[in-house]
Design a protein around this ligand. Structure first.
Ligand code: BES
Ligand code: MN
Ligand code: ZN
Length: 523
């Protein structure tokens, strides 16, 4: 699927139409739209029955054909509605797809994304291969950050997300080749530069998220810690990253007793992946991204109930998002230094598995009473967080499907965010807001720290009750992050969807990459 920018130049013939629509993008919508040859032009209609500026220009070229259809009541402009028209007179494209945008005054981030997704879904099985989407030329509510670069970046992200297929492991693939060959996003001529930059970023991020989706969806019998390490090595080769993978012996030497306690029950050997991207000055302190890489979480001896246990193959989504972010980061060649750390193992029961009550020594030296072997994410992360110290990081962000409680608190809309530094938290919240891959902050007050008390070790791995589960999980991690600025993203609710639409979302790659883009001064 090829993306491009189609900028529409000034055209006196269309001046009127552009002004009438209250067009703020500076587009002099004209006959350019109508002359553009492709399989389908996508044009928006506001609720109720108001043509957007590009749609007005098409309507003018078509001698009022579109407004006639609206008058007949075939399309009211409600969000999600679509109407496909063939052989519209005066229009070079074979088809025009009208898509409902909802109320013009409420046309913001979500309405914009939803409209593109609805259009692509409507065109999936129509035989249209080359599209021109004019929605990207519309003003989107939400101040300067929703300029042309934003609209096009989001366009690329939404397109990949909507069209992603996961049929690799079916004996017959659903269809050969991509659904669409080429998608062009329309913008005004003076926006072309910004739009092209936004498009390159959007494609890089979307391809990063695709890697995350692919790895997330792979079953645990294929996506083992060894497999993840191999994929990291492959990525490093393709993107010129440094990659090192540590085996059990190295972890023992490093004293990673918490990580190794989780790995005990598994037959698959654990791996610790270290990725390094050097785009900044040699002495510049790196951002360290840490991803939870539990390739299957059975709960261990504290075995999980059977229902939906298959979804615990997604427990490596944090790891997959770090790999996806690195892919995007390298493609965008950002001037930053970034380190990726991925502790990876299965969490399985077995005769050699860690028992509830066992006490182990973490790499930090702190002893941990493992009261519940299902609280394993924090055990592998704490050793990775200690390992992070050696990079003298500017900041560390860990990404983990850490707690079921986070799914209860925030559902699929936002990832949980907890941090020991408010500025870092603010950066991540903003990156989530801009990318549409949002996070919501929870407190990390000392009141909650008191809930983690063990009679026999320095710290227990659970608090004992179910209250504030996401926060107590983060409190545990915070005991290992005292030496640097740190934030934790709990992605238990956002990394994948359950039920009929089951599949990895590729989140939080958009959030992470926007965070890095902003730091690199590219946003
Ligand atoms: N991987 C799970 C968290 C999870 C559960 C994510 C369900 C998404 C859906 C994690 O390892 C876990 O089991 N957490 C426990 C912690 C508890 C034992 C303190 C949980 O949330 O139940
Ligand atoms: Mn668990
Ligand atoms: Zn887990």
């Amino acid at each position: 699927m090829e993306f491009s920018i189609k900028s529409i130049g000034p055209d006196n013939a269309g001046k009127q139409a552009g002004r009438k629509a209250g067009n703020q993008t500076g587009i002099k919508a004209g006959s350019d739209w109508a002359r553009h040859k492709c399989d389908c032009i996508v044009a928006g209609v506001f609720d109720s029955r108001r043509l957007s500026a590009p749609a007005q220009a098409l309507d003018k070229a078509a001698g009022g054909h579109l407004s006639g259809i609206l008058r007949h009541g075939d399309m009211d402009g409600k969000s999600g509605a679509t109407l496909l028209l063939h052989d519209v007179p005066g229009i070079a494209a074979g088809r025009v797809l009208l898509v409902g945008l909802g109320k013009e005054t409420e046309f913001g981030d979500k309405a914009y994304r939803d409209a593109i997704a609805a259009a692509l879904r409507a065109l999936k099985n129509t035989g249209s291969k080359n599209l021109l989407i004019t929605l990207s030329a519309l003003p989107v509510a939400g101040a300067a950050r929703h300029g042309a670069a934003w609209r096009v970046r989001q366009g690329a992200l939404v397109s990949h997300e909507t069209l992603y297929r996961s049929d690799q492991l079916k004996s017959k693939q659903d269809d050969a080749g991509p659904v669409f060959a080429a998608i062009a996003f329309a913008v005004a001529a003076e926006e072309a530069r910004a739009a092209n930059a936004g498009l390159a970023q959007g494609v890089a991020i979307a391809e990063g998220a695709n890697l995350t989706r692919e790895l997330g969806n792979l079953p645990a019998n294929i996506c083992t810690p060894t497999y993840l390490a191999q994929r990291a090595q492959k990525l490093a080769k393709e993107c010129k990253l440094k990659c090192e993978t540590l085996d059990r012996e190295r972890m023992e030497k490093l004293g990673m007793g918490a990580l190794l306690a989780v790995a005990r029950g598994a037959h698959q050997p654990p791996r610790f992946i270290v990725l390094q991207y050097q785009g900044g000055k040699p002495k510049e302190k790196p951002v360290v991204l840490v991803g939870k890489g539990i390739t299957f979480d059975s709960g261990g001896i504290s075995l999980k109930p059977g229902a939906e246990m298959d979804e615990m193959k997604y427990d490596m989504s944090g790891a997959a998002s770090v790999l996806g972010a690195f892919r995007a980061l390298a493609a965008m060649k950002l001037p930053l230094n970034v380190v990726g750390l991925i502790p990876s193992t299965e969490n399985m029961p077995g005769g050699n598995a860690t028992r509830p009550g066992d006490i182990v020594t973490s790499m930090s030296g702190q002893t941990i009473e493992i009261l519940n072997t299902d609280a394993e994410g924090r055990l592998i992360l704490c050793d990775a967080l200690t390992y992070a110290e050696r990079f003298e990081p500017d900041c560390v962000v860990d990404v983990a499907t850490l707690t079921g409680a986070c799914v209860i608190a925030l559902g699929g809309a936002a990832s949980g965010l907890l941090a020991n530094d408010e500025r870092l938290a603010g950066e991540l919240l903003e990156a989530g807001q801009i990318s549409g891959d949002r996070a919501w902050q929870l407190p990390l007050w000392d009141d909650y720290q008191d809930m983690l008390k063990s009679n026999f070790a320095d710290i227990p791995n659970i608090s004992g009750g179910r209250a504030a589960g996401t926060i107590t999980g983060a409190c545990f991690l915070s005991r290992f992050t005292k030496k640097y600025r740190w934030a934790h993203l709990d992605i238990a609710g956002t990394a994948w969807r359950s039920g009929r639409e089951k599949g990895s979302t590729g989140r939080p790659v958009p959030l992470l990459t926007h965070f890095l883009l902003k730091r690199a001064g590219k946003l």
